[in-house]
Write a protein that binds this ligand. Sequence first.
Ligand code: V47
Length: 377
Amino acid sequence: MTSDHAILRGIRDSSLKNVAQKVLNGQRLNIEDGLLLYTTNDLSSLGSLANHVRLRKHGLKTFYVHSRRLSYTNICYTHCQFCAFQAKPGDPRAYVLTAEDIIKDLSSDVNKGVRELHMVAGHYPKLKIDYFEDLFIKIKQKFPDIHLKVFTMVEMDYYARVSGISIEEFLDRCIAAGLESCPGGGAEIFDEEIRQKICIGKKDAEIWLNNARICHKKGLKTNCTMLYGHIEKPLHKIDHLNRLRTLQDETNGFLAYIPLAYQIEDNELGRTYPIRETTGYADLREIAVARLFLDNIPHIKAYWVMITEGLAQVALSFGANDLDGTIIQEEIAHNAGAKTPQMLTKQRLQDLISSAGYIPSERDHLYREYAQPSAAI
Ligand code: V47
């Protein structure tokens, strides 16, 4: 690891020296420090500090998971301006999958050896708790080793409400049927003013955070995200990260944080505002800021689907320690213009990690390493 002295000497922006010293001392950064991280143009210093923390926490180990994405419906009654995936009833693209459709799909060859099924979908009032119980039970009967990672904090709120039961009862019943963890989507930006512009009418930040709190108290680990690269400002992002960090101090239930780079095509937000796609510079900054500011969230993912494989690989030296995974059949980012492949093989992930000088490790949802890698693809 580079010595503290060498890191301090390499810092070009002298206003970062104090923050750098705090990072090297292992002290927590405050909001003002966070804002500095967002406003400096000294990206290489952010990178070397973030990499220093990454090496301190994880060494060279870099995780990935063999994962399948699936959305049981694209019908959505919520109006998120950034979403290109949603369809309204009557739209020729609209679909709802039955448990049988999903089992059939999961039985196909491409899913061989998949360890994790990551499901998020639209908000469709005809799907109620019994649909999810039946679905989870059937998936677990047929594929007992597949881990079920389902529902954003906003989705679970919606489906508990349309089922006429409390969020606690909804979760208890889903857990009994096979739910094992939850993905981090739906957080967008917590600031209410921005939220009202990018996802009018979506449940507010307090509901997202409180549902995460409820999950964590029930022992369900979850992830967390932030959607960046649209109309937000640095203050909104630091406020968002600070709220995640505060909840993590209380519950320790977040496993990973994933910055989500806004994809601009085929959605209302991209048509309304003159937004350009995020730059590599901005994407690397998000990873580094996350590693430095979120001192209590262990894993930072570079989500190659949204920032490209090449940049995700570079992000491993800017604080990221997880490349997410194979991600078979992702739809949300690809519908909004992501030009990345529909999946990466495990071999490709391992090569990306090794050729950058890190050590690949296939993980499960709790970041336990598998002694034997899953079936080769
Ligand atoms: O909830 C929607 C966001 C999320 C766009 O937990 C968009 O391991 C960018 O949550 N541009 C889904 N983002 C993705 C997600 C996720 C991804 C990777 C890992 C994990 C995890 C979770 O994507 C949605 C929404 O917040 N989103 N539209 C868009 N145009």
